[in-house]
Design a protein around this ligand. Structure first.
Ligand SMILES: *[C@@H]1O[C@H](CO)[C@@H](O)[C@H](O)[C@H]1NC(C)=O
Length: 316
């Protein structure tokens, strides 16, 4: 799968960033949207119309949920640096860090509120916290280095977290039923929906940025003025503001189209009989590659899984 994905990813990144000149500092369009819809395409082609029965090990254990929350914390802390690392040092980089932090803070708060509102007893779902608190980081990636007002960054983070949590609650089950789409980790809610939201926000931000620049005072346009970097940005869009907004939308379309097509084809290739697939009973089980401590309460299935894993390894 990686052998198929990486070349197509590189080609689409070249088209989006180099050829179309799309502004996407955090890789929201090139990385998040592309990998999300590539994965969904693979999943769709791999399982076709067959409804996957619920695997007994599919639901997370308290231990795995806790580990995932630790992972969320690490991602949350380092996300601003991930978005800003390739920025021009100086104002743009500072803006990227600040906007990302604002968006993710709004995400975290909105997630807690939305998750508890969705449960009758007001409790929080670990899955929502793990995903929703990062949704703002995905969405802000396209506009992070632009001079967007702080309120807009907060609103974008808030909105993407709400969309993410609602997606888990309503859209994922719906896609599973209507399209028999198997989205195990809810990538569509964390990378797909907030990514599209961020790309749409970038179209708006580009269109509005022009007004700021044309309407600003001459003194603000001087290199020493506060708006210096916006002017540089405006000059770089040689095609004009409308053209740049159009390019942002075109970049989104290229990422969506290329990833879905490549994903579906890759899924079809992975169905070839020569590519061994692990049997269903070994899915969601690490004992094939890791030395797993046996659980005291259920030694039966675990040991049989390990035997099965050994048998499969010999077979391979
Ligand atoms: C998002 O939630 C799903 C389902 O609860 C979980 O499997 C996944 O690890 C979460 N994603 C992140 C980044 O924590």
């Amino acid at each position: 799968m990686a052998a198929c994905e990486i070349p197509v990813y590189l080609a689409s990144e070249w088209v989006i960033v180099t050829y179309l000149g799309v502004l996407d500092v955090g890789g929201t369009i090139t990385i998040h949207i592309f990998s999300c819809y590539f994965g969904l395409g693979v999943s769709k082609a791999l399982f076709r119309a067959t409804q996957q029965p619920l695997h007994p090990k599919e639901t997370p254990t308290p231990g795995s949920d806790l580990m995932a929350l630790v992972g969320t914390l690490i991602l949350w802390v380092f996300w601003p640096s991930f978005v800003a690392v390739l920025c021009q040092p100086g104002d743009a980089q500072h803006r990227a860090i600040l906007n990302t932090l604002l968006a993710m803070s709004a995400s975290a708060i909105t997630t807690v509120v939305a998750s508890s509102l969705l449960h009758r007893d007001g409790k929080l779902s670990p899955g929502h916290l793990q995903n929703g608190s990062l949704a703002g980081g995905v969405a802000i990636g396209v506009v992070a280095d632009m001079a967007v007002p702080p309120a807009a960054a907060l609103a974008l983070g808030s909105l993407s977290a709400a969309v993410c949590v609602l997606g888990f609650r309503f859209l994922t089950p719906l896609l599973g039923r209507k399209l028999t789409l198997h989205d195990q980790c809810g990538i569509h809610n964390l990378h797909g929906l907030p990514g599209i939201l961020g790309a749409a926000a970038s179209v708006v931000a580009v269109l509005l940025a022009s007004k700021d620049i044309s309407g600003s005072q001459p003194s603000q346009l001087s290199p020493a003025g506060g708006n210096a970097s916006e002017v540089v940005e405006g000059q770089r869009w040689g095609r004009g503001v409308g053209g740049q907004a159009l390019c942002q939308a075109a970049g989104l379309a290229v990422a969506l189209g290329a990833s879905l097509l490549a994903g579906l084809l890759t899924g079809a290739v992975l169905r070839l009989p020569c590519l061994a697939r692990p049997p269903q009973r070994l899915c969601f089980d690490d004992s094939l590659y890791f030395k797993i401590q046996e659980q005291a309460e259920s030694p039966g299935p675990d040991s049989s899984a390990e035997e099965g894993a050994l048998a499969l390894k010999e077979q391979v």
